[in-house]
Design a protein around this ligand. Structure first.
Ligand code: SF4
Length: 649
């Protein structure tokens, strides 16, 4: 029977310069699929407890999704996995682009790197032959320059994943790029790659990817594309801010249907949400201390979706994506054609730092992409530094003379350049807010907004408490790509899994803040589903179409020749999710240490703005959430009987 997985991984020992192919038994794919599931399986068993994330015992994995290359849609995400130097526990980051199918075309489901090379190297795989090559000439180059040079050297068809200078300098907020600056940014895994002195991975293969029932895959994709292309009248972008303002004041909201978000993504990309999010209270402002009152319409107008779209010169689609939420933009100065900044980057480098200068946001976004530094973490860390300066915790003597005032664009640009170069104050900040606050002391930890050491993304959990639940309780904390109340509404999983609660058509704002069993089941379903989706290689934005429109379970069945039910697939998601949590236990992570910062939780509620008076009691959420997975309700540790039930050795 033809299977959508390649059945093999490549393990590269960088200390010894040795590469070995390993065959993975079918039962592993049945239990974990591929992608993040396979990554969790390998890392859980092979990274020893106490391993230094930046030492030779850590393993860095590049994993392709089980559905990648099968004719399914939205299935081209690759997963980067490793022990995170930023959080000390399970780390993952995921990225689109074109790298994921290239892994499989080289004959592997994943590539794993262990050990540490003495000198900079890159891996080159061509038609089944893998070689480590000298990267001495590439070390010190930015990610885009390196990718261009490697494509010149090995052919334009080669797919390249690469670190920039931030990863080389072991910045704990660095990631790994592909496709000219699209970045698997989170968890600090660029530093792991840098610590291994692995500059790049270059893949050029032609292997065919098997599928059990290609005709059925096609039929299912046709069904999905119908929903992607379904015409829906869209309001002009100018109305978004007013819609956000209305959502701020109304006590009852319509449950969100992902079709509307699909249309916004298609036309404006994630930047379509810029103003709506600020107005409704989704976007954190002024290092999470401000609100829409501090960043009113006169300011947010400068980052309106219409303005971002005006600068776009063409759409950008990841592999196998019919939607194309990305874009290539025209820019002035040194970099003429750049990736359009995403919502996360625009807000992190903008309103979070009270910066209203859009040109600087484009410029910083490109600098950070080229350096391979996470824009969310960089913006969050800059905002922290500005607040410390404004409060007198940092002085001009500490900041190399930079006047870190809210809205001082020039100082912000200079600060981020210093962070990239690890120069002066930038060296202190290049490892993120938590480490910086530990070094600075003087009560600065209060202003370091993070979960488990990772800077929080641009979605305020005081607006949607589900974000705070997932920021605090996921094995990889501080990420926005697994769940929220909003995500549960859009996934519409209850249409496939009859035991899951249906949130109904109308959602009361106060109701979102109630803590009960149904909320915990919904949150657990998001975590489980996203663990499954990340094993399949699916894009979150595709999944927002809703479970009956994007046939994830059906594609998996057609690709593998199975007749498994959605419930059976969710057990796979549960197993992967539990294994990541078990990884954290093995590496000494206490679940409560991952809870989000007090300010983000609203421990002291805000006095004005969209989220006035709101707080989230994560201590009450945690036991209910842990219970759904059979984890100890006091500690969050998976119980032995749970591990046994899931077949985790
Ligand atoms: S929706 Fe956007 S991020 Fe997702 S696969 Fe398509 S282009 Fe990539």
């Amino acid at each position: 029977m033809k299977m959508p997985y390649m059945g093999k991984i490549l393990v590269v020992d960088l200390t010894r310069g040795v590469m070995e192919e390993e065959t993975i038994p079918d039962r592993v794919y049945e239990q974990y699929l591929s992608g993040m599931g396979l990554g969790a399986y390998i890392l859980y068993h092979r990274v020893p407890p106490g391993a230094d994330p930046l030492g030779p015992d850590n393993i860095l994995g590049f994993c392709s999704g089980l559905l990648t290359g099968t004719g399914s849609l939205f299935s081209g995400r690759w997963m980067l996995v490793g022990k995170s130097p930023l959080t000390g526990g399970w780390g993952d980051a995921n990225c689109g682009g074109t790298f994921s199918p290239a892994i499989k075309r080289c004959g592997y489901d994943a590539l794993f790197f262990k050990g540490t090379s003495r000198d900079p190297v890159y891996l080159y795989v061509k038609n089944g032959r893998a070689n480590l090559k000298d990267a001495g000439d590439l070390w010190g180059m930015d990610a885009v320059e390196t990718e261009e040079l490697l494509k010149e050297r090995h052919g334009a068809k080669a797919a390249v994943a690469v670190i920039g200078t931030a990863g080389e300098r072991l910045s704990l907020i660095s990631g790994v790029c592909n496709d000219r600056g699209r970045i698997a940014a989170r968890s600090g895994l660029g530093a792991v790659m840098g610590s291994k002195r692995l500059k790049a991975v270059v893949l050029d293969g032609v292997k065919r990817i098997g599928v059990h029932d290609r005709a059925e895959m096609k039929n299912l994709s046709k069904h999905c594309i119908k929903w992607v292309n379904l015409p829906l009248p869209l309001p002009p972008a100018g109305i978004f801010a007013r819609a956000g303002a209305l959502m701020r004041v109304t006590p009852v909201l319509l449950a969100q249907d992902g079709l509307l978000y699909r249309s916004i993504l298609k036309k404006w990309g994630t930047a379509g949400m810029n103003q709506v999010s600020i107005e409704m209270g989704d976007a954190p402002i002024k290092n999470w201390d401000g609100s829409n009152v501090d960043f009113p319409l006169e300011k947010s107008r400068k980052i309106s979706p219409a303005i971002i779209r005006e600068r776009e010169i063409m759409k950008y689609h990841c592999y196998s994506c019919p939607l194309g939420c990305g874009g290539i933009s025209a820019a002035t100065g040194k970099y003429a054609r750049i990736h359009k900044p995403e919502y996360e980057s625009i807000l992190a480098l903008g309103a979070l730092c009270m910066n209203e200068d859009l040109d600087s946001v484009y410029y910083l976004n490109e600098l950070l992409n080229r350096a391979g530094m996470d824009t969310i973490s960089a913006g969050g860390t800059a905002a922290f530094a500005i607040e410390c300066y404004e409060k007198g915790i940092l002085t001009g003597g500490d900041t190399d003379g930079l006047e870190l005032k809210w809205g001082n664009t020039e100082a912000l640009v200079a600060l981020i350049k210093k962070m990239i170069r690890r120069e002066g104050i930038g060296d202190l900040l290049a490892d993120g807010v938590k480490i910086a606050a530990e070094k600075i002391g003087k009560g600065s930890m209060e202003y370091a907004i993070q979960a488990g050491g990772q800077e929080l993304p641009m979605h305020d959990g005081r607006n949607d408490p589900g974000f705070n639940v997932h920021y605090s309780l996921e094995p990889a904390p501080g990420k926005h790509t697994t769940g929220a109340h909003l995500y549960y509404e859009m996934f519409q999983l209850w249409k496939k899994l009859k035991d899951l609660p249906n949130p109904g058509l109308f959602i009361t704002k106060d109701g979102k803040f109630e803590i009960d069993e149904d909320k915990a089941r919904a949150a657990a379903a998001c975590s489980t589903f996203m663990s499954l989706a990340n094993a399949a290689g699916m894009c979150l934005f595709g999944l927002f179409l809703g479970a009956t429109r994007i046939p994830t379970f059906e594609w998996l069945n057609a690709a593998m020749g199975r007749q498994w039910s959605p419930e059976e697939y969710m057990v796979i998601g549960e197993r992967i999710h539990t294994l990541k949590q078990a990884f954290n236990v093995k590496h000494g992570i206490e679940s409560r240490d991952n809870f989000a910062s007090g300010r983000a939780l609203g421990v002291i509620p805000q006095q004005e703005g969209a989220n006035k008076g709101r707080s989230v009691d994560i201590e009450k959420h945690a036991p209910l959430y842990w219970k759904q997975f059979g984890w100890d309700t006091e500690t969050g540790k998976p119980k032995p009987e749970t591990l046994r039930k899931l077949g985790i050795e």
